[in-house]
Design a protein around this ligand. Structure first.
Ligand code: CUA
Length: 157
């Protein structure tokens, strides 16, 4: 029967297209998981428990070298933890940023540091503070009513 055959062809075609679509989606999601745009290395984390487990249970600076630090920063509505950080001039700082709730930003004007704080992810970026001074850290992702007030400081001595 010609109609029956036509249906079979369309059904086969449909299933094939669905398989292709799912494969593309899967590859896309996998590629994004490996390296999302605008970040440098991402690890999965549980946003509900992240603030009670190391290293984010004690956010802040951890010295790992002569003038080298890991900086673990938690973003939340509407602030950052820790509030302020202080490093010596020339410090090489590896930032590790995550969010407890919604997507925030972690941007330091006058530097190349511009990370997204995403719940469930730890985004990483390294920066060397050659110039002393006070660096403002801003949330540059709209996150709610007090988005404009969401800021902290890094002091380089
Ligand atoms: Cu947090 Cu805008």
């Amino acid at each position: 029967m010609p109609i029956h055959r036509l249906e079979k062809i369309w059904l086969t075609f449909g299933i094939a297209m669905l398989a292709v679509f799912l494969a593309v989606l899967g590859i896309g999601a996998f590629a994004m998981g490996m390296e999302p745009p605008g970040s440098h290395g991402t690890h999965a984390v549980d946003p509900v428990t992240v603030s009670s487990e190391p290293p984010f249970d004690t956010p802040g600076l951890v010295q790992i070298g002569e003038n080298e630090y890991n900086a673990y920063v938690l973003a939340f509505a509407f602030g950052f933890s820790p509030v302020d950080m202080e490093v010596p001039r020339g410090a090489r700082v590896h930032f590790y940023i995550t969010s407890q709730d919604v997507v925030h930003g972690f941007s330091i004007p006058r530097t190349t540091v511009n990370l997204m704080a995403v719940p469930g992810e730890i985004n990483h970026m390294t920066y060397t503070f050659d110039k002393p001074g006070e660096y403002l850290v801003l949330c540059n992702e709209y996150c709610g009513i007090s988005h404009e007030q969401m800021a902290t400081r890094i002091v380089v001595k």
